[in-house]
Write a protein that binds this ligand. Structure first.
Ligand SMILES: [Zn+2]
Length: 209
């Protein structure tokens, strides 16, 4: 172990040797009930360094080892944080923070895109809003069940995409019944229907051209 590697104990190798020698001298052949009662370790990494080999739990140590751990707890009441467990926890926290950032970035991107696309249509006189579909019970290829759709407040005529006012962009004669009941989304949610978003993107692109 290099000197820069964080250790689970601040006891020096000399101090550890001394404790081990003392444990060999003092432990004796019989268990001491008061030591057993108070037996504990700070953490597994610390115990492994004290023992000089992996610590398998209180039932996996011999009586002299238990006594050594007992002496070591008294010699070092407050050891440093266990390096491996601490590093693992930091890594988990870092990963969680990265994921939260990615989710926030994705949300910000979707929000910005929606605003820009809706603005592009509004400049062409077509107002859109997000409406949630509560009624679909079936899943068809051309709409997403329970999705948030892009609803037209004005008729849209761009390229081959013709839609009346009062329908969603993914509206077709065959899915009209499934999209009959749409409620305005009042909680600032963004459209999630891929078909609606696809039509919205291509309409905005054509209108901007
Ligand atoms: Zn849709």
């Amino acid at each position: 172990m290099s000197s820069s590697t964080p250790r689970a104990t601040n006891l020096t190798p000399e101090e550890l040797e001394e404790l081990r020698a003392r444990a060999r001298r003092e432990a004796g052949p019989f268990l001491a009930p008061d030591v057993l009662r108070r037996a504990r370790v700070h953490n597994e990494e610390w115990a492994a360094e004290i023992l000089g080999h992996p610590y398998g739990g209180p039932h996996a140590v011999t009586w002299p080892e238990l006594y050594l751990l007992h002496l070591a707890v008294q010699a070092e009441p407050t050891p440093p944080p266990p390096p491996l467990a601490t590093a693992a926890r930091l890594e988990r926290e870092t990963r969680a923070a990265q994921e939260r950032r990615a989710v926030a970035q994705e949300a910000a991107y979707r929000e910005k895109e929606w605003r820009e696309l809706a603005d592009a249509l509004r400049r062409a006189g077509v107002r859109v809003e997000v409406r949630h579909n509560y009624t679909s019970h079936r899943h068809l290829e051309f709409y997403t069940q329970g999705a948030d759709h892009v609803y037209l407040l004005d008729a849209l005529r761009v390229g081959r995409l013709w839609r009346d006012a009062g329908v969603v962009l993914c509206h077709t004669p065959s899915n009209a019944r499934n999209l009959a009941c749409l409620e305005p989304a009042t909680d600032g949610r963004l459209p999630s229907c891929r078909t609606c978003l696809g039509h919205l993107r291509s309409a905005a692109r054509r209108l901007a051209a």
